[in-house]
Ligand binder design. Sequence first.
Ligand code: NCD
Length: 328
Amino acid sequence: MNQTSQKISASALRSLDHLISMHDLHTDTVRGILDRAEEIDRGELSPNLRGTVAALLFFEPSTRTHFSFETAMKRMGGETISMSGTGTSSVTKGESFADTIRTFGLYSDIIVIRSPVEGAARFASEIARVPVVNAGDGANQHPTQALLDLYSIRACQGRLDELSVAVVGDLKFGRTVHSLVQALSPFNPKLHLVSPPHLRLPDYLLDRLRGRAGVTEHTDLAEVIDEVDVLYVTRIQRERFADPEEYEQVKNCYIVDCEMLRGAKPTMRVLHPMPRVNEIAPEVDGSQHAYYFEQAKHGIAIRQAILSELIRGNANGIENETNREGAI
Ligand code: NCD
């Protein structure tokens, strides 16, 4: 790593109080987070968060995001307190969201929140006295997923610039897609947006991409599969459909199997934020193209990078130093 990227890495999130949307992040900040995660992965950097607590508030189901945040804190010597759903909390007694957030802000050094409500993380960041990380707000944004997706793309392709990327599936409701297309746009990508007609990427996002990325829209995946470097497959977001009938009509619209991948570039990699339902056949798991489990693993280093920068940047006298030799 050269001097410049070390400097960027060291100040990756200093200027940020919260991580709510990809839209808030400068490209240098993004590179800084990826570099920091890489240093952590290589064992060159061991952030120490001993004595700190992360509140993990998940008002929607989660496996990878919740538990990679938890693992990330534990790897750095920190602790977590968790809420999954609202069943055991005072929310069931009628306590407001604002009071819940205020309270967790008193017990922790950072709040990680997932909610079905768009804008919930932004609202929480206006109330809490500690940094807030958006772990998914409705169909809006999922910035930590986009950062780990970029990290995975850079790891499997050796670069981020000028890649041809197909994003496939539910582009309307998929928050990981919304964050990822924004995250990729500074890197001069060719973006192929593949979806059924009524699950297209929302216009406000297409407008933001205009002039920043080469964008084409498709309904047929076969049109692009042979030319892409990355195939980013997503689940149709059943829980966001008002009409279950409509979901039934599109639920199996794209199924990636080995036959479909026959003409793909040997270096092409398939990514998926997971969970998958039927959109990637299990037979693909053993192929050279599968990268989604490595991708899930990268979530730990990325979240270590984010948590350590945000907690350190906002700490007053908390002991949380880093060194290059190993944990303190
Ligand atoms: C995604 C999410 O929650 O948006 N999952 C994840 O965080 N890895 C994708 C999805 O649920 O389809």
